[in-house]
Ligand binder design. Structure first.
Ligand SMILES: Nc1nc2c(ncn2[C@@H]2O[C@H](COP(=O)(O)OP(=O)(O)OP(=O)(O)O)[C@@H](O)[C@H]2O)c(=O)[nH]1
Ligand SMILES: [Zn+2]
Length: 343
């Protein structure tokens, strides 16, 4: 909390410094990384110690900031190579920056009834849009009779996304996730409540976490009631973003991520006779033709349409255009209900 330099403070590489950032600054002595964000400001660490960055700088967890000790509000945020954002829950349509400069997003699901391809696609699209790498982690294989089927379903989502199945308890996570969790790598675990995110972090920690946050915040139960986001260094040197509130995740401006994830369907749709084809009753619809020929999977087409509709709805309402929002929200909800609640 104090501004006194930490004597054994982390080095820049410890904190995830990369060439991408070095290219943006002449000298690095004032570079600090944001480890925690509160309403009153951000807590950042670097070779100069621990500093407080005022809210006006608009830094989010994971940001690199060139800190100005004489006038902290003059500090600047370096360009981000990735940014996870979401539409704020509730009525407002604000976009919230959740975490910056994340290398890998582990999309965690369990081999239980919670497993839902539509939900995984949503997280993967968001991750690709953010500019991070997505890895699907299937936990609780011990609770399933048929993990292979779930794995196969997860693999159909994208050939860019690795799928790892593991028991989150015990030693498996350290070996199986090591590729993505080297020292200085920044990772985040997303997924529904109870799928094993905390268990995974604990498995990677192997002992007490490196204290980068005040001790009073080191105790964990109840952290979901905290309103701030934070990042901490694990014993193996990886940096993990802790993200309360990710459950209400919605797509915002993920057209790019959806285009990557559903590239085949988007290419097909581009050949529909009408540019604004809704792939319903229109003549000359390439999607309907491919469905009729059994070339594409109807369920996947429907999931794609739901995600595109949701993204369009969120993005357009954010940009302040006039929409009959209630009607649209209801439309999305109906379709999601048909797909199961995870969609
Ligand atoms: N059988 C089995 N149980 C597991 C496995 N992984 C996690 N669990 C259990 O699942 C429960 C929930 O795990 P958590 O790590 O708390 O889940 P979480 O995703 O962090 O949940 P939230 O904190 O609510 O978001 C715990 O009791 C874990 O021990 C697994 O691979 N197999
Ligand atoms: Zn069409």
């Amino acid at each position: 909390m104090s501004d006194t330099p930490v004597p054994t403070g982390p080095t820049l590489p410890d904190l995830g410094w990369q060439a991408f950032f070095a290219d943006q600054v002449a000298e690095t002595t004032r570079a600090v990384r944001v480890m925690e964000v509160h309403r009153s400001g951000a807590q950042a660490h670097g070779p100069m110690g621990e500093v407080r960055v005022p809210p006006s700088v608009n830094a989010t967890v994971g940001d690199w900031v060139v800190f100005d000790p004489d006038l902290p509000s003059n500090s600047t945020v370096l360009d981000r190579f990735s940014l996870i954002k979401r539409r704020a829950p509730g009525k407002g349509h604000e976009v919230q920056a959740i975490a910056a400069n994340v290398d890998t997003v582990f999309v965690v699901t369990s081999a239980t009834r919670e497993f839902n391809v539509a939900r995984l696609e949503r997280y993967v699209a968001l991750t690709l849009e953010a500019g991070a790498e997505a890895v699907i982690v299937i936990t609780k294989p011990d609770l399933s009779e048929d993990v292979a089927t779930l794995e196969a379903a997860a693999r159909t989502i994208s050939d860019q996304v690795a799928v790892v199945t593991l028991d989150a308890r015990g030693p498996e996570p350290r070996d199986k996730l090591a590729r993505w969790c080297a020292a200085g790598r920044t990772v985040v675990f997303l997924g529904s409540s109870g799928v094993g995110k905390s268990t995974l972090v604990n498995a990677l920690s192997d002992g007490p976490e490196i204290a980068t946050q005040p001790a009073r915040e080191a105790d964990h139960r109840g952290r979901h009631t905290t309103t701030h986001r934070q990042m901490h260094r694990l014993a193996n040197g990886a940096l993990v973003v802790d993200t309360p509130g990710m459950r209400e995740l919605q797509l915002t401006d993920t057209a790019g991520g959806l285009a990557v994830l559903f590239a085949d369907l988007e290419a097909l749709a581009a050949t529909c006779k009408f540019r604004d084809c809704a792939h319903a009753q229109e003549p000359g619809c390439a999607i309907k033709a491919a469905l009729a020929d059994g070339e594409i999977d109807a369920k996947r087409v429907e999931r794609w349409q739901v995600l595109v509709a949701e993204d369009t709805f969120n993005t357009q309402s954010l940009s302040g255009r006039r929409w009959d929002e209630k009607e649209r929200a209801e439309g999305i909800r109906d379709r999601r209900a048909r797909l199961g609640k995870g969609g």
